[in-house]
Design a protein around this ligand. Sequence first.
Ligand code: C2E
Ligand code: CA
Ligand code: CA
Ligand code: CA
Length: 279
Amino acid sequence: AKTEERNALRFYTPKMHADARRRLKLASELRQALLRNEFQLAYQPSIEMKSGRIVAVEALIRWRHPERGNVGPDEFIPIAESLGLIRQIDQWVLATACRQLMQWDEARLPPLRLAVNVSAGSFGHPDFLQGISQALESTGIPPKRLLVELTESAILRLGEDTQRAMQSLHKLGVAVAIDDFGTGYSSLAYLKLPAVEYLKIDRSFVTGLPGNPNDVAITEAMVAIARSLGLHTIAEGIETEAQHEFLLRAGCQEGQGFLYSRPLPPDEVARLLAPKTTG
Ligand code: C2E
Ligand code: CA
Ligand code: CA
Ligand code: CA
């Protein structure tokens, strides 16, 4: 065991160094990325389970790094959060996505709902609400068509600021979705907040459907809670027909996942939804 431990140490140390170096490098490059226009948004369609119709899109940020290629948000968002850069990034996402929605409206696409992801560090801050009102005002998008996605773990970290931000959003008429629902360690008290109108069932539960009895039980319970509270449910990470069938029968209203569509660049969303010309 002793030698194994030593070997393990020798084995992992260079990798840990490399990871730490990469994070440091990314941190300094992140500061430049906004200025250099290296961020883009991809939009993942969300479909109404019953009809298969696309009713919404979720904006997902992409970083096209000049040398490294694509860096995923799961890697750089936590770095941006720890550097205090997340507020600027989330504002950019909000403004860019709202402008995009306006362009789709102008191109006469069916009126989609737009979801944006917001980090805890942005949500509680007064600038965030101002950014929302400004984006709505300058684009003329009705507040009902904007959805703010906040992870369950972010809500738990927020405390008093949450309540205030939630109330202000609700006054504006913008709804909140609880993202990654079921993965936090939570009292369910925040489900009563008037702004909270959507629950997103995390992919970790969807993956096990319909074979895993625990995931079946948990998913059914989540849909039941949502229904009795009058909340709208959206399942994430649907990859198979069988998962779709199960969730449809369970009473889940909406779904996202590679089964329907991957996140797409804006022009592909437009192509997918443009009114069909006959002839
Ligand atoms: P999320 O909000 O839970 O987004 C869903 C993630 O699952 C996306 O990864 C999406 O591409 C992926 N996904 C969708 N359908 C499937 C599927 O069927 N199978 C599998 N395996 N994956 C699927 P992505 O784009 O890499 O985003 C990762 C996370 O980064 C997001 O998780 C979100 O928490 C965060 N994020 C993304 N964009 C933003 C942003 O603009 N602002 C902030 N603050 N966070 C963001
Ligand atoms: Ca999300
Ligand atoms: Ca999610
Ligand atoms: Ca997730």
